[in-house]
Design a protein around this ligand. Structure first.
Ligand SMILES: Nc1ncnc2c1ncn2[C@@H]1O[C@H](COP(=O)(O)OP(=O)(O)O)[C@@H](O)[C@H]1O
Ligand SMILES: [Mg+2]
Length: 243
């Protein structure tokens, strides 16, 4: 059993709406898994439920064989899993280093947080940009800055919620190469939500597809992209963003 994370029948209801419906999947250490699906499919809600920000209506989540659903977010973060927030950005007007330090300060002294922040910036290739004001960074640098800030929590599993949304396809390629390199060097497991289909297919070892809260596919990117149910989910949705 080399499953690092296992989700079993995860269900999240908001009143009459089932945002995540009986979703089961597992992650192996060091995998990069793409999570795709039309707007409103439940991707962000699934992420929130995994890291303890959203209570499950049903189901179980196991990290390293230990049940973690129902635990507080900081406890799950300490156990090794954290997520970035959709539509949040780095704190404006501050240096990149200070931004990354804010995350490391929770569990470290000021000096240790500074050392850790430098390490995390190195890991995403931004070591030379530590002192720059984040307002002066390019979009790819900002995206990688968000990744560095999340790394300061020292996760073994990192859930990335549309950190590349503002990027052009060419910029995305650069950021994705850095993410792959990060995985190769550190063994970090990543689940990545991104709308750009070609980009996410190139990045991911495996794809999960959500539609109306249900997991409709889980497999190799090439297989999943040919799956009639996946094609239908995108073509049949007025929100389809598959490029
Ligand atoms: N806190 C909430 N309260 C009520 N409904 C919510 C809440 N969060 C998300 N939803 C609904 O759950 C569904 C899934 O949303 P979300 O997880 O944000 O989808 P995605 O990230 O795939 O676009 C949507 O219909 C959304 O409106
Ligand atoms: Mg979302």
């Amino acid at each position: 059993m080399n499953e690092q994370l296992k989700a079993n029948g995860v269900t999240v209801r908001f009143g009459g709406l089932t945002a995540v419906s009986n979703v089961s999947f597992s992650l192996k250490a060091g995998e990069i898994v793409g999570l795709i699906g039309p707007n409103g499919a439940g991707k962000t809600t699934l992420f929130s439920s995994l890291v303890g920000l959203q209570k499950l209506s049903a189901g179980e989540i196991h990290l390293d064989g230990q049940r973690i659903d129902g635990r507080r977010p900081h406890v799950i973060a300490k156990a090794g899993m954290t997520k970035t927030f959709q539509n949040t950005a780095l704190f404006p007007g501050m240096s990149l280093l200070d931004n990354v330090m804010t995350a490391g300060l929770l569990n470290n002294t000021l000096e240790a947080a500074r050392t850790l922040a430098h390490e995390c910036l190195e890991r995403v290739g931004l070591g030379a940009d530590a002192g720059r004001n984040v307002d002066d960074l390019t979009f790819p640098q900002k995206a990688l800055g968000e990744v560095a800030r999340a790394l300061a929590i020292r996760p073994r599993i990192l859930l990335l919620d549309e950190v590349m949304a503002a990027l052009t396809p060419l910029e995305m390629d650069k950021v994705m190469a850095t993410l792959r390199d990060l995985r190769d060097r550190t063994g970090l497991t990543m689940v990545v939500v991104e709308h750009h289909m070609r980009a996410i297919m190139n990045l991911s070892d495996r794809l999960l597809v959500l539609n109306f809260g249900k997991l409709i596919a889980d497999g190799l990117p090439q297989e999943v992209s040919r799956d009639p149910r996946v094609i239908e989910a995108y073509l049949g949705s007025e929100h389809a963003q598959a490029a």
